[in-house]
Design a protein around this ligand. Structure first.
Ligand code: KE4
Length: 444
């Protein structure tokens, strides 16, 4: 049994620690997804009883302002009324049929309205399924095997995509997990994010073998790292020149940074788009879609196989429709922009006062404070962040009732329920937390 994780010996977390010890005896790491185990912040995780609006309550009765928000889906906060009502209604008619429902067409029409590059869409149950399927389609459509992904970008845990850069400057992906055969990852090429020349070089030498580029148009899994001006357009141009498909993984950015996702902000149209998180509003739902000539190759119209027992299930469709309906008029994004900008400026002031180097990035309600003098434009730079300072900051914020994603390399999320009071409380807590971080921060 893993006993390395420890909360401070504090009665405040007594029930969480007890529950987590029980979970560790039943599930690997005591969790259903690794990041939740708080390994990188060296504490036992809090165990949640419920969420409401911008806040969650743990089983010890402690309340927290929540910037995890299930790693993105909960843009309307916990248990938003429209989603709750839609799920209550849907569940009374059945949870799954294994037969078509009209709800799938309704949500598909909403997705097409929001993201015009998606002419046809297929619903799946996770972002992993969405990206895995999009890659398979790209390989079938181009009859090429190689793909380009970017160091620091995460696209779920399918074999082809669990890849890190090989040693030195090599671009051949090596598996980042045991159990992934090198024979599979040898088709995955890597380039640094925001480095167009590196992609140009791969295209020059291997372009005829490359099926697709898969990218997070705003990176959210190395912390939040926006694309440099012209970068996405540059990828589009290179793809067109070499007959390579451009796939935007908008699982995190879709319906998060704008109604039309990152592609609507940067004005670059991919051939395929992957969606997830917000589209299901916290219920398992994801999707991939794009050009009709490509998507028609998916079974049963075409030969490329992909399937799923619960794909497009009525509960996911109901939650998705309610979420998108609530976002459609755009007012949520204006509210999120104001709260996120206030948070960003308040935290920067607090860090400066404490003398902690902070390079914060933000696109809409995706935010990341790097404990780093800056700039951070790629994974290699992000990795130079002061994770000891981050860990001290994280623990102090948690003890003051603000729960953050437990890693320097995750993005913070806000919801429409993060009101001025939440932002003010967060900044006040951060003033103390940055002082705690300053005590352990790398000296300049
Ligand atoms: P899921 O299979 O977890 O639904 O989606 C994978 C995925 C795909 N693409 C992007 C851009 C993603 O951010 C994700 C999943 N994101 C992580 C957060 N960094 C999920 C949290 C977790 O792994 O528990």
């Amino acid at each position: 049994m893993d006993s390395t994780a420890h909360n401070p010996p504090d009665a405040r977390y007594r029930h969480s620690s007890k529950a987590f010890a029980r979970a560790r005896g039943l599930m690997p790491g005591g969790v259903s997804s690794p990041v939740r185990a708080y390994k990188s912040v060296g504490r036992d995780p809090i165990v949640i009883r419920r969420g409401k609006g911008a806040r969650v309550t743990d089983i010890d009765g402690n309340d927290y302002i929540d910037y995890v928000l299930s790693y993105g889906p909960l843009i309307l906060g916990h248990v938003p009324e429209p989603v709750q009502a839609a799920l209550t209604k849907a569940v009374a008619h059945g949870t799954s049929f294994g037969m078509p429902t009209e709800a799938e067409s309704v949500l598909a029409e909403m997705v097409r309205e929001a993201v015009p590059s998606i002419q046809l869409v297929r619903f799946v149950n996770s972002g992993t399924e969405a990206t895995m399927s999009a890659i398979r389609l790209a390989r079938a459509a181009t009859k090429r095997a190689k793909i380009i992904k970017f160091t620091g970008c995460y696209h779920g845990h399918s074999d082809s995509l669990l890849v890190e850069a090989g040693s030195g400057a090599t671009t051949l992906g090596v598996p980042s997990s045991p159990g992934v055969p090198a024979s599979i990852t040898s088709n995955t090429l890597l380039a640094p994010y925001n480095d167009l020349a590196a992609v140009e070089q791969l295209m020059k030498t291997q372009g005829a073998e490359i099926a697709a580029i898969l990218i997070e148009p705003i990176a959210g899994n190395m912390g939040c790292v926006p694309p440099k001006p012209g970068y996405l357009q540059g990828l589009r141009t290179l793809c067109d020149k070499h007959g390579v498909l451009l796939i935007f993984d908008e699982v995190m950015t879709g319906f998060r940074v704008a109604w039309g996702g990152a592609q609507s902000i940067y004005g670059v149209e991919p051939d395929l788009t992957c969606l997830g998180k917000v589209i299901g509003g916290g219920v398992p739902c994801a999707a991939y879609g794009g050009r009709e000539d490509l998507m028609r190759q998916m079974a049963p119209d075409g030969p490329v196989y992909q399937a799923g027992t619960l794909s497009g299930n009525p509960l996911a469709m109901a939650a998705g429709m309610a979420m998108l309906e609530a976002l459609r008029d755009g007012t949520a994004y204006a509210k999120l922009e104001k709260a996120s900008a206030d948070l960003e400026s308040g935290l920067k002031r607090a860090a400066d006062r404490a003398g902690v180097p902070l390079f914060a990035t933000r696109v809409g309600s995706m935010y990341c404070p790097f404990f780093h003098p800056g700039p951070v434009e790629n994974y290699e730079q992000a990795l130079k962040s002061d994770t000891k300072a981050f860990t001290a900051f994280f623990g102090s914020m948690l003890d003051q009732g603000v729960v953050l994603p437990p890693s320097q390399y995750e993005t913070w999320f806000l919801s429409t329920e993060h009101d001025a009071n939440c932002i003010e409380q967060t900044i006040t807590a951060a003033e103390r937390a940055f002082v705690a971080a300053a005590k352990v921060a790398k000296k300049k």
